[in-house]
Design a binder for this molecule. Structure first.
Ligand code: NAD
Length: 469
């Protein structure tokens, strides 16, 4: 057992932890990053954002080949699915990227320790190494970046084979006939899209009376209509009371939230996607006295310090959206703070994207939030049916909506559903970060023909002067 002294020990090598480690090392700090998986990158790279995007892209291409190639004048033989190869593409993508983090750690001289960390006291972390043995790391500062794990509901036990979380849903070895998704949030709808495109009959059960809570209502309604057209069935205002495992199928018992007669849905696979909870098990927080709230989150101050000096927390274990890019920005901010620099995360300009087809993307306040806050706003909206590029791609579903202050014209929120809007939202985030007005976006030259012209037109629409619709 050897003790080594570091400026900062980061626990967890997900997007929060690995980015914090690299930035701290860039700033001249001596950094160790402890990870209990055998690969770096956390949930996002290993079992989340990245593998799901590999499957979403592959299945979107399948859809295009099956349903649109003919309209484009492309003839093929029968298009069929090679699921093992699709899964291989997913695994290769993951391996390439997780290995890439290892390369970045080496390049930046971050010490990588593979094992399970426990905080003994401020300034000391002991690690049970994956390869056997133990190591004690001394550190001026400790950063907890241990992320989150899938939540479940009573009566439903995840086995990752027939009753799966997102992790199991990325690993199915055959295409199920029927799948029930519990929860119409981001995971349910993204994974539902993957399997629906592969031929699975997808039924979504959602507790609330709408899908994707928190999303702008108008977008959410259009999104549900679109997914319904793609073949998904929705049971809203419905709760799952249990899942029974029968020999050849699963019986999902559901009943209306408002009360009344229940029913049973058949499924081969059930995906539990009812949110995630912060993961802090085994870290020794009790012993050290780090406060954890009733939801399992670690309260911090504006510089991510917990109630204990020298112990900080970032990412999914603290408040805010559980998003990789939010964790990454917090990783940079904590590293800069520990290096004695000024640091800040603007929580008003964090985008969120759902990678279905069409994609959904948003940043800033929704119409519902603006109304609730009594903020007067103007609205500009432009449909992709009137966008030349979208028309030439036969990809015209959706619209861009910009909400700007009635008083100052400052952009307060941008919400989009449409082709590739996950990329278009970047422009809106920059605009909001720089305090732009809708007029600023409207007067900015946008290349023609691009989908981004829909953003410019929506900005023109804030002032009632759309050109192309
Ligand atoms: P979520 O919070 O997005 O959605 C969970 C849904 O489950 C909600 O609509 C909720 O009302 C519903 N629900 C809760 N209990 C229920 C019950 N008993 N019966 C039926 N419905 C119930 O959670 P998620 O989809 O599991 O995703 C987890 C986290 O991962 C989220 O924070 C999400 O932002 C993040 N994530 C993000 C992306 C992305 O940004 N593209 C992708 C995947 C996951």
């Amino acid at each position: 057992m050897s003790d080594e002294q570091f400026d900062v020990v980061i626990i967890g090598a997900g997007p929060g932890g690995y980015v914090a480690a690299i930035r701290a090392a860039q700033l001249g700090l001596k950094v160790a990053c402890v990870e209990k998986r055998d690969t770096l990158g956390g949930t996002c790279l290993n079992v989340g954002c990245i593998p799901s995007k590999a499957l979403l892209h592959a299945t979107e291409l399948l859809e295009t080949a099956q349903h649109q190639f003919a309209s484009f004048g492309i003839k093929t033989g029968k298009v069929s699915v090679d699921l093992p190869q699709m899964m291989q593409h997913k695994s290769d993508t993951v391996t390439g990227l997780t290995d890439g983090i290892g390369f970045l750690f080496k390049k930046n001289k971050v010490t990588s320790v593979f094992g399970t960390a426990k905080i003994d006291a401020p300034g000391q972390v002991s690690v049970t190494l994956n390869d056997g043995g133990a190591q004690v790391l001394k550190a001026k500062n400790i950063v907890i970046a241990t992320g989150s794990e899938p939540a479940s509901i009573p009566g439903v036990e995840i086995d990752e084979e027939r009753i799966v979380s997102s992790t199991g849903a990325l690993e199915l070895s055959s295409i199920p006939k029927k799948m029930v998704m519990i929860g119409a949030g981001v995971i349910g709808l993204e994974m539902g899209s993957v399997w629906a495109r592969l031929g699975t009959e997808v039924t979504v059960v959602e507790f609330l009376d709408r899908i994707t809570p928190g999303m702008d209502g108008e977008i959410s309604k259009q999104f549900q209509r679109t997914l319904k057209k793609q073949g998904m069935t929705f049971h809203l205002s419905t709760k799952v009371t249990g899942v029974e495992k029968l020999k050849t199928k699963l019986k999902v018992d559901v009943e209306p939230v408002a009360g009344g007669d229940g029913q049973s849905l058949d499924a081969d696979v059930v995906l539990v996607a009812v949110g995630r909870r912060p993961f802090t098990d085994g870290l020794g927080l009790d012993t050290v006295g780090v406060t954890v709230d009733e939801r399992g989150m670690i309260p911090t101050d504006a510089h991510f310090k917990t109630n204990i000096d020298g112990i900080y927390a970032i990412g999914d274990v603290i408040t805010g959206p559980m998003l990789a890019h939010k964790a990454e920005d917090e990783g940079v901010a904590i590293a800069e703070h520990l290096a004695g620099k000024w640091s800040h995360v603007n929580y008003d300009a964090i985008p969120s994207v759902v990678y279905t087809h069409p994609e959904v993307a948003s940043v800033g306040m929704t119409e519902e939030l603006l109304k609730e806050a009594g903020i007067a706003y103007n609205k500009g909206k432009f449909p992709f049916t009137a966008n030349a590029r979208a028309k030439s791609h036969l990809d015209t579903e959706g619209f861009v909506k910009i909400l700007a202050s009635k008083e100052t014209d400052r952009v307060l929120g941008v919400h989009m559903i449409g082709p590739g809007v996950g990329e278009l939202i970047g422009e809106a985030v920059v605009a909001m970060e720089l305090g732009a007005s809708a007029e600023d976006i409207a007067r900015t030259c946008h290349a023609h023909p691009t989908m981004s012209e829909a953003v410019k037109e929506a900005a023109l629409g804030v002032d009632g002067r759309i050109i192309h619709a």
